[in-house]
Design a protein around this ligand. Structure first.
Ligand code: AR6
Length: 205
Protein backbone atom coordinates (compact mmCIF):
# COMPACT_ATOMS: atom_id res chain seq x y z
CA UNK A 1 0.00 0.00 0.00
CA UNK A 2 1.47 3.39 -0.94
CA UNK A 3 2.61 5.73 1.80
CA UNK A 4 1.04 9.15 2.04
CA UNK A 5 3.24 12.01 3.16
CA UNK A 6 1.54 15.13 4.42
CA UNK A 7 3.21 18.55 4.36
CA UNK A 8 6.03 18.87 6.89
CA UNK A 9 6.17 15.16 7.62
CA UNK A 10 8.73 12.67 6.43
CA UNK A 11 8.82 8.91 6.50
CA UNK A 12 9.94 7.48 9.83
CA UNK A 13 11.24 4.13 10.99
CA UNK A 14 8.75 1.33 10.74
CA UNK A 15 10.17 -0.78 13.55
CA UNK A 16 10.46 0.60 17.08
CA UNK A 17 10.68 -1.27 20.34
CA UNK A 18 10.25 0.40 23.71
CA UNK A 19 10.71 -0.88 27.21
CA UNK A 20 7.61 -1.71 29.17
CA UNK A 21 6.37 1.31 31.11
CA UNK A 22 3.35 2.00 33.23
CA UNK A 23 0.77 4.43 31.90
CA UNK A 24 -1.36 6.38 34.33
CA UNK A 25 -5.06 7.06 34.07
CA UNK A 26 -6.20 8.58 30.78
CA UNK A 27 -7.79 12.05 30.85
CA UNK A 28 -11.20 10.55 30.09
CA UNK A 29 -12.06 6.91 30.54
CA UNK A 30 -9.94 4.14 32.00
CA UNK A 31 -6.76 2.61 30.68
CA UNK A 32 -6.22 -1.06 31.36
CA UNK A 33 -2.84 -2.42 30.38
CA UNK A 34 -2.51 -6.11 29.85
CA UNK A 35 0.99 -6.84 28.67
CA UNK A 36 4.11 -5.42 27.18
CA UNK A 37 7.85 -6.02 27.35
CA UNK A 38 9.96 -4.47 24.60
CA UNK A 39 6.77 -4.46 22.56
CA UNK A 40 3.75 -2.25 22.16
CA UNK A 41 1.43 -2.70 25.07
CA UNK A 42 -2.06 -3.53 24.00
CA UNK A 43 -4.13 -1.14 26.06
CA UNK A 44 -7.85 -1.34 26.56
CA UNK A 45 -9.38 2.11 26.83
CA UNK A 46 -13.01 2.70 27.73
CA UNK A 47 -14.35 5.92 26.25
CA UNK A 48 -14.53 8.13 23.19
CA UNK A 49 -11.86 7.49 20.57
CA UNK A 50 -11.97 11.13 19.45
CA UNK A 51 -10.30 12.19 22.72
CA UNK A 52 -7.17 10.09 22.19
CA UNK A 53 -3.88 11.84 21.47
CA UNK A 54 -2.18 9.24 19.32
CA UNK A 55 -0.55 9.20 15.91
CA UNK A 56 -3.70 7.72 14.35
CA UNK A 57 -7.19 6.68 15.27
CA UNK A 58 -9.04 4.19 13.10
CA UNK A 59 -12.52 5.01 11.83
CA UNK A 60 -15.19 2.35 11.23
CA UNK A 61 -16.39 4.08 8.09
CA UNK A 62 -18.70 3.22 5.21
CA UNK A 63 -17.51 2.85 1.64
CA UNK A 64 -18.30 6.45 0.72
CA UNK A 65 -15.88 7.74 3.42
CA UNK A 66 -18.12 10.79 3.67
CA UNK A 67 -19.32 10.25 7.24
CA UNK A 68 -22.23 8.50 8.91
CA UNK A 69 -23.38 7.60 12.41
CA UNK A 70 -21.64 5.85 15.31
CA UNK A 71 -17.90 6.32 15.64
CA UNK A 72 -17.71 7.64 12.07
CA UNK A 73 -20.08 10.49 12.92
CA UNK A 74 -18.20 11.25 16.14
CA UNK A 75 -14.86 11.40 14.29
CA UNK A 76 -16.19 13.66 11.55
CA UNK A 77 -17.79 15.99 14.11
CA UNK A 78 -14.60 16.23 16.17
CA UNK A 79 -12.30 16.61 13.15
CA UNK A 80 -14.37 19.38 11.60
CA UNK A 81 -15.56 19.90 8.02
CA UNK A 82 -12.10 19.68 6.44
CA UNK A 83 -12.10 15.93 7.08
CA UNK A 84 -15.09 15.37 4.79
CA UNK A 85 -13.55 17.68 2.21
CA UNK A 86 -10.32 15.64 2.28
CA UNK A 87 -12.20 12.33 2.18
CA UNK A 88 -13.95 13.42 -1.00
CA UNK A 89 -10.55 13.14 -2.70
CA UNK A 90 -9.99 9.54 -1.55
CA UNK A 91 -12.41 7.93 -4.02
CA UNK A 92 -14.16 5.81 -1.40
CA UNK A 93 -12.91 2.60 0.16
CA UNK A 94 -13.85 -1.03 -0.39
CA UNK A 95 -14.79 -3.35 2.46
CA UNK A 96 -11.66 -4.64 4.22
CA UNK A 97 -9.42 -1.92 2.80
CA UNK A 98 -8.07 1.23 4.48
CA UNK A 99 -7.27 4.82 3.54
CA UNK A 100 -5.61 7.61 5.52
CA UNK A 101 -6.29 11.29 6.11
CA UNK A 102 -5.04 13.99 8.44
CA UNK A 103 -6.82 14.34 11.78
CA UNK A 104 -7.53 18.05 11.30
CA UNK A 105 -9.08 19.28 14.61
CA UNK A 106 -8.71 15.93 16.38
CA UNK A 107 -5.96 15.38 18.95
CA UNK A 108 -4.89 12.43 16.75
CA UNK A 109 -2.60 13.42 13.87
CA UNK A 110 -4.20 11.04 11.40
CA UNK A 111 -7.38 9.08 10.78
CA UNK A 112 -7.21 5.68 9.15
CA UNK A 113 -10.56 4.91 7.56
CA UNK A 114 -11.50 1.29 7.11
CA UNK A 115 -14.78 -0.30 6.08
CA UNK A 116 -15.87 -3.31 8.06
CA UNK A 117 -18.17 -6.02 6.74
CA UNK A 118 -21.91 -5.96 7.35
CA UNK A 119 -22.77 -9.11 9.31
CA UNK A 120 -24.97 -11.35 7.18
CA UNK A 121 -24.62 -14.58 9.15
CA UNK A 122 -20.95 -15.64 8.68
CA UNK A 123 -21.26 -17.11 5.16
CA UNK A 124 -20.21 -13.96 3.34
CA UNK A 125 -16.48 -13.83 4.16
CA UNK A 126 -17.20 -11.54 7.10
CA UNK A 127 -14.33 -12.91 9.23
CA UNK A 128 -11.78 -12.60 6.41
CA UNK A 129 -12.95 -9.08 5.65
CA UNK A 130 -12.80 -8.00 9.29
CA UNK A 131 -9.27 -9.44 9.61
CA UNK A 132 -8.35 -7.49 6.48
CA UNK A 133 -9.59 -4.26 8.11
CA UNK A 134 -7.10 -4.67 10.98
CA UNK A 135 -4.25 -5.84 8.74
CA UNK A 136 -4.71 -3.07 6.15
CA UNK A 137 -5.09 -0.41 8.86
CA UNK A 138 -1.81 -1.51 10.46
CA UNK A 139 -0.06 -1.68 7.08
CA UNK A 140 -1.11 1.82 6.02
CA UNK A 141 -0.06 3.02 9.49
CA UNK A 142 3.41 1.51 9.05
CA UNK A 143 3.78 3.32 5.72
CA UNK A 144 2.81 6.65 7.27
CA UNK A 145 5.02 7.17 10.32
CA UNK A 146 2.33 6.04 12.76
CA UNK A 147 3.72 4.53 15.97
CA UNK A 148 0.67 4.80 18.20
CA UNK A 149 -2.76 3.73 17.00
CA UNK A 150 -6.24 3.29 18.45
CA UNK A 151 -9.01 1.09 17.07
CA UNK A 152 -12.75 1.07 17.75
CA UNK A 153 -14.60 -2.27 17.66
CA UNK A 154 -15.03 -2.25 13.88
CA UNK A 155 -18.36 -3.57 12.53
CA UNK A 156 -19.87 -4.28 15.96
CA UNK A 157 -22.36 -1.39 15.93
CA UNK A 158 -24.60 -0.59 12.98
CA UNK A 159 -22.98 -3.38 10.91
CA UNK A 160 -24.07 -5.99 13.46
CA UNK A 161 -20.98 -8.21 13.74
CA UNK A 162 -21.31 -10.33 16.93
CA UNK A 163 -19.09 -8.85 19.61
CA UNK A 164 -17.24 -11.95 20.82
CA UNK A 165 -15.87 -13.17 17.45
CA UNK A 166 -15.17 -9.56 16.45
CA UNK A 167 -13.14 -9.05 19.65
CA UNK A 168 -11.16 -12.22 18.96
CA UNK A 169 -10.29 -11.02 15.45
CA UNK A 170 -9.37 -7.56 16.79
CA UNK A 171 -7.08 -8.88 19.52
CA UNK A 172 -5.38 -11.44 17.26
CA UNK A 173 -4.81 -8.70 14.68
CA UNK A 174 -3.27 -6.44 17.33
CA UNK A 175 -1.03 -9.19 18.70
CA UNK A 176 0.28 -9.83 15.18
CA UNK A 177 1.53 -6.21 14.93
CA UNK A 178 2.46 -5.72 18.57
CA UNK A 179 6.22 -5.57 18.00
CA UNK A 180 5.97 -2.92 15.27
CA UNK A 181 4.22 -0.15 17.25
CA UNK A 182 4.88 1.81 20.43
CA UNK A 183 1.23 1.78 21.46
CA UNK A 184 -1.82 -0.11 20.31
CA UNK A 185 -5.10 0.89 21.95
CA UNK A 186 -8.33 -1.07 21.73
CA UNK A 187 -10.95 1.63 22.32
CA UNK A 188 -14.18 0.24 23.75
CA UNK A 189 -17.24 2.42 24.03
CA UNK A 190 -18.75 0.61 27.01
CA UNK A 191 -17.52 -1.13 30.14
CA UNK A 192 -19.15 -4.34 28.90
CA UNK A 193 -17.18 -4.25 25.67
CA UNK A 194 -13.99 -3.50 27.60
CA UNK A 195 -14.64 -6.51 29.84
CA UNK A 196 -15.00 -8.71 26.78
CA UNK A 197 -11.72 -7.40 25.31
CA UNK A 198 -9.92 -8.00 28.60
CA UNK A 199 -11.17 -11.55 28.71
CA UNK A 200 -10.18 -12.23 25.08
CA UNK A 201 -6.76 -10.63 25.56
CA UNK A 202 -6.13 -12.66 28.69
CA UNK A 203 -6.99 -15.83 26.74
CA UNK A 204 -5.02 -14.99 23.58
CA UNK A 205 -2.20 -12.83 24.87
N1 AR6 B 1 -15.58 6.11 20.33
C1 AR6 B 1 -15.31 4.78 20.34
N2 AR6 B 1 -16.15 3.83 19.93
C2 AR6 B 1 -17.36 4.24 19.50
C3 AR6 B 1 -17.75 5.60 19.46
C4 AR6 B 1 -16.78 6.56 19.89
N3 AR6 B 1 -17.03 7.87 19.87
N4 AR6 B 1 -19.02 5.68 18.98
C5 AR6 B 1 -19.42 4.42 18.75
N5 AR6 B 1 -18.44 3.55 19.08
P1 AR6 B 1 -20.32 1.74 14.54
P2 AR6 B 1 -19.86 -0.21 12.39
C6 AR6 B 1 -18.40 2.08 18.99
O1 AR6 B 1 -21.80 1.59 14.38
O2 AR6 B 1 -20.62 -1.25 13.11
C7 AR6 B 1 -21.56 4.32 10.55
O3 AR6 B 1 -22.77 4.95 10.24
C8 AR6 B 1 -19.71 1.35 18.97
O4 AR6 B 1 -20.21 1.19 20.29
O5 AR6 B 1 -19.80 3.11 14.69
O6 AR6 B 1 -18.54 -0.58 11.76
C9 AR6 B 1 -20.63 4.22 9.35
O7 AR6 B 1 -20.77 5.35 8.51
C10 AR6 B 1 -19.29 0.03 18.36
O8 AR6 B 1 -18.74 -0.83 19.36
O9 AR6 B 1 -19.54 1.11 13.26
C11 AR6 B 1 -21.09 2.97 8.68
O10 AR6 B 1 -22.19 3.18 7.85
C12 AR6 B 1 -18.17 0.42 17.39
O11 AR6 B 1 -17.81 1.75 17.73
C13 AR6 B 1 -21.49 2.08 9.83
O12 AR6 B 1 -21.85 2.95 10.89
C14 AR6 B 1 -18.55 0.36 15.93
O13 AR6 B 1 -19.88 0.83 15.76
C15 AR6 B 1 -20.34 1.24 10.29
O14 AR6 B 1 -20.82 0.34 11.26
Amino acid sequence: MAGVTFPGEGAGPTLRCIPCRLVGPAPRGEMFIIRGYYRAMIEIFTGDITTLEVDAIVNAANSSLLGGGGVDGAIHRAAGPLLKQFCQTLDGCRTGEAKISPGFELPARRVIHTVGPVWEGSGHYEAALLKACYRNSFEIALHNDVHSIAFPAISTGVYGYPKQPAAEIAILGMLAYQDRFDRIIACCFSATDAGLYRQVLAEQG
